[in-house]
Design a binder for this molecule. Structure first.
Ligand code: C5P
Length: 319
């Protein structure tokens, strides 16, 4: 029996601007994405029957064909039908650490890990670029989840330009366990409120992309100016999620007061994060937030910003 275990990193958005409506119905974005050390473990294992099986230790996660990890395997079976005949089917095991419906790309990271893991298991020999193109068919965040590190993401979010990251940047994350935000809901609500300010042509998109590339966040990252990164944090989704879920706005206020370089909601939420300069500072902020909000529903984590998306779990062995 052969298997590969991979670590699938969560992401945070240091910058997320919705700039307009695309002809394909999606939104045109300019984002800065950052992978973090909070990771799921995804194992792909050869099985004797020509099937895709999915197991997960979190009952909130569906284990049927709707799961993006399942769909990643199905996509590879469709594109490379000989692989399953040669190597047999696959059992995918998801060990979840990344919260679900959190704005941290947990589902996308699992799909990314299945693509990388099956490329190895089925000896497909795909390049990183080819894996990213396949990933974009599954979801806008999947290509970044494969690549990881720090990157400007444009288009639907699938066009990536890597940036040099900031070493030793730490992060505190907090999320109400019983609150999840649907990404399609967040986009629809944003569109219903702000579409009068949308750009709609490629010339306008290109101009705004160029402005963001020469703007405060990218400059601060390039200059490794940690305080500047904290000041430039920005996420358009805060406008709609805070209105619908005032407790998330309140969490952001508490986290801002607790210190660090800056605080922001990630993606379509509802996870809120604070950047910190050291592990000790992150832990002090985490403690202060837990002391201020004595709600058993509030879950917190500390993590590091990392340079990788999906990587082999070196603590597991191939048999
Ligand atoms: O790409 P993904 O499947 O993750 O997107 C989920 C939903 O979010 C899409 O169906 C769409 O409604 C919305 N979306 C969007 N514009 C993007 C990315 C996602 O409108 N750039």
């Amino acid at each position: 029996m052969r298997f590969y275990s991979l670590l699938a990193a969560a992401k945070i958005n240091l910058y997320l601007e919705i700039i307009g409506a695309r002809p394909d119905g999606f939104h045109e974005l300019v984002m800065v994405m950052q992978s973090i050390s909070l990771s799921d473990r995804v194992t792909v294992r050869s099985i004797g029957v020509d099937q895709i099986r999915l197991r997960c230790d979190n009952p909130l996660v569906p284990t049927d064909k709707t799961n993006l990890a399942y769909r990643a395997a199905a996509l590879l079976v469709e594109r490379f039908p000989a692989a399953m005949t040669r190597f047999g089917g696959v059992e995918i095991t998801l060990e979840k650490r990344i919260p679900v419906g959190a704005g941290l790309a947990g589902g996308s990271s699992n799909a990314a890990a299945v693509l990388v893991g099956l490329d190895l298991l089925w000896e497909l020999g795909l390049t990183q670029g080819e894996l990213q193109v396949l990933g974009a068919e599954l979801g806008s965040d999947v290509p970044f989840s494969i690549l990881g590190g720090t990157a400007i993401a444009t288009g639907r979010g699938e066009q990536l330009d890597p940036l040099s990251g900031v070493d030793e940047l730490h992060v505190v994350l907090a999320k109400y366990e019983d609150l999840a935000v649907s990404t399609p809901w967040a986009y629809q609500t944003y569109r219903s409120q702000f579409d009068s300010s949308y750009l709609s042509d490629e010339a306008g998109f290109a101009l705004r992309r160029a402005e963001v590339r020469s703007g405060a966040m990218v400059s601060a990252l390039t200059q490794k100016d940690r305080a500047g990164i904290g000041r430039a944090l920005c996420n358009d989704f805060e406008k709609v999620v805070f209105e619908a879920h005032p407790q998330v706005a309140q969490l952001r206020d508490v986290m801002t007061e607790a210190g660090g370089l800056g605080t922001l909601m990630s993606g379509s939420g509802p996870t809120v994060f604070t950047l910190a300069t050291s592990a000790a500072e992150a832990e002090a902020i985490q403690k202060q937030v837990c002391d201020r909000i004595a709600d058993p529903n509030l879950k917190t984590w500390t993590a590091r910003c990392t340079a990788s998306g999906v990587r082999l779990d070196t603590s597991s062995k191939l048999s």
